[in-house]
Write a protein that binds this ligand. Sequence first.
Ligand code: URA
Length: 234
Amino acid sequence: MRLDRFLSETTPLTRSLAKRALKNGEVTLNGEPIKQAATHIDTQEDVVLLNGARLALVGLRYIMLNKPADVECTARRGLYPRVIDLIDLPKAERLQPVGRLDVDTTGLLLLTDDGQWSHRVTSPRHRCAKVYVAELAEPMEGDMAEWAINQVAEGIMLDGEETPTQPATLRFISPRQAELTITEGRYHQVKRMFVALGNHVDALHRRSIGDIELTDALAPGEWRELTPEEIASF
Ligand code: URA
């Protein structure tokens, strides 16, 4: 890898600030001062110091965040703070949400810079279960609740779509609170499923994705790295 790129990948410096640091003599390569930005280095073997501090590439990163409401999953700056603004890691903007949550949805959000892993989690072919808890505007109980459970189990035709949703599981915690487990991630899927059932979602929270569950250990806005077992579970 080129030395200026290595510097910009391992520090908050941009490529041009990395070149300036090189010119200013702030960098050594294997103990020798170096100024040439185009020098090719072996990122595993060579020892690069910036002002005496050793630099190393970070590997792929896997994060879980307890997303609060009023935070956006987009990369560009807009009306609301972005989820990556909550993650105090260098180059956090390289992390991509693994399946977005709406701005008002709370709960478990995974982020990574590993595109293949992200695909395994989100692709409907892999049928990874995502569990949501929805607060409903209208109570559903008795025959109506049973009808809704059956509809969801069979698959629902969403407005403007040509294929029904994959079979999913609906469970009522109370007449106004339901747990929905789905294996796809269509646009506003949970809210649109409840609209198709004649209801409206007032609040939505994602509880788990596959084997990864949000617990009280992470307060809203807090994040942690996934364990190797959690990463391997997909
Ligand atoms: N389904 C929705 O409608 N919204 C979300 O944020 C996630 C799933």
